[in-house]
Design a binder for this molecule. Sequence first.
Ligand SMILES: Cc1cc2nc3c(=O)[nH]c(=O)nc-3n(C[C@H](O)[C@H](O)[C@H](O)COP(=O)(O)OP(=O)(O)OC[C@H]3O[C@@H](n4cnc5c(N)ncnc54)[C@H](O)[C@@H]3O)c2cc1C
Length: 443
Amino acid sequence: MEMILEEILIYGGGLLLCVLVMFLYVKTKSKKSEIVERKIEKAKEDGVYEPVSLYPFIDPNSCIGGAACVSACPEKDIIGVVNGKGVLINASNCVGHGACFHACPVEAISLKIGTEKRGVDLPHVNQNFETNIKGIFIAGELGGMGLIKNSVEQGKQAINNINEIIDKNHTASHDIVIIGAGPAGISASLQAKKIGLKFLTLEQDSLGGTVFNFPRAKVVMTSPMELPGHGKVKLFETSKTELLDLWRTVIAENEIKINENTKVSEIKKEGNNFVVVSENGEYFSTNKVLLAIGRRGSPRKLNAKGEELEKVAYRLLEPELISKKQILVVGGGDSAIENALLLAPENNVTLSYRSENFNRLKPKNLEKIKEAIDQNLIRMEFNSVVSTITEHEVVLTKNEEELRFENDLVYIFAGGELPTQFLKKSGIEITQRFGYTVKSHNH
Ligand SMILES: Cc1cc2nc3c(=O)[nH]c(=O)nc-3n(C[C@H](O)[C@H](O)[C@H](O)COP(=O)(O)OP(=O)(O)OC[C@H]3O[C@@H](n4cnc5c(N)ncnc54)[C@H](O)[C@@H]3O)c2cc1C
C-alpha cells in the first residue's frame, strides 16, 4: 500500500512538473506572441507593415515556428513568431538579403516582389537577360533579383550572353556600355575586361551602388560570390567598407576606369547600334547596352542655382562625423525628417519644405519633428523653396520674400525618380507584378 502511495506521489509529482513546465512554456510563448502582435499593430500605424520591394513570404502550412529566420535576419523586427508561425512585422524595412530564406530548415520561405495590394514595376527580360529591345540587356536588382551575390552572378552571365551575339563588324565606338556600377555593373565590367570586350561603365554616383549608401555597416552574404578577374570571395559577414575596398582594389588591379558622376538620361537606337546620352550632354555609341541600374532610381534635383556645388548632397553618410555646421535640409518626407533629426543635436539645422505642413509622414516621425521644432532644435521654414546656394550662404524664397542663411552644407531629400520613366523612354516594356516569386526552394 505504502509502495503504491509512493509511486502515485512520484508519478503524480512528475506529471505535475510536466504540466507546470508545459504551462510555463505555453505562457511564455503566448507572451512572446503578444509582444509580436503589438509590434505588428505598431508597424501598421507607422506605415511599415506592407512590403515595398523584395520580402520573405512565409507559407504558414510549412512553417514550424522555429524562429531561425528571426535570428538570421540582420535587420530588426522584420519577422516574428505568433502562435508558432512566422509572420511579417516591419516588412517595408526588409532589404531582401534573403538570410531568412537560407536559414529556414523546412523551406517555408520564398522571396517575393509586390503583394496582392501593392504592385511593383518589373521590366521584361528573357532567359539571356535581354529586354524587348534587342541589344539592351538588364542585370541585377532591376530585373527583380535582389542580393549582392545574385547581382554579381547576373552581371557576369549577361556579359557572356552579350559576347555571343555581338556584331563583330559594328561601327560603334564600344562593344558595350554598362550603365551602373553597383554589384551587377562591377561584375559585368570585370567580365567584359576578362574576355576582352571594348566597354565603358557609366555611374551616376560613385562605385558601389546601393551598398555605398547602406545606412548600416554590416553586410550579409549568404553564399560566396565569384568575382571575374579575382576569384571566389568568401565573405559571409563583412562590413560595407571591406566590401567597397575589395571592389575598388579589384577594379584597379584590372585597370578598369569607372566613369563616375555620369548619369545616363537616354538610350537611342541608331541603325544597328545605340547612342547612350548622359545628363552632362555626352554621347557614347555602342553595339550593346547593359542596364545594371538597380531599383532605387536617382535622387530628384531642385534645379536651384548653385546646386552643383560640392557641399550639396542627396544622401547623408556618417552623420556622426558632422558637427558644429550650419546645415540646410530640404524636403518634407520621412527621409528629410529622419536626417534632419540625426543632424540636429550637433549642428544648427534649418529644414525647408515647399508645402504648408507635413502631410505624408510616419506618425513617429511627425511626433519627433514637432517636438524638435517646439524645442528650437530645428528651425522650420514651411512654404519655402531654395533659390540660390553659394559657398557660404543659402537663399530661400518664402511668400515672395528672400531669406538668407549662413550655410556650410545642404542635404536635399526631394524624393527619387524611379528608373521606370527612363526605361519607358528607352522603349523597354514594364509590367506591374503583384506577389511575383523571385526565389523559392522549388526553383
Ligand atoms: C539598406 C540595405 C541593406 C542591404 N543589405 C544587403 C546585404 O547585407 N546583403 C545582400 O546581399 N544584399 C543587401 N541588400 C541588397 C543589395 O544591396 C542589392 O540587391 C544590390 O546592391 C543590387 O545590385 P545592383 O548592382 O543590381 O544595383 P545597385 O546596387 O542599386 O546599383 C545600381 C547602380 O546604378 C546607378 N545608376 C542608377 N541609375 C543610373 C543612371 N541613370 N545612370 C548611371 N548610373 C545609374 C546607381 O547610382 C547605382 O550605383 C541591401 C539593400 C539595402 C537597401
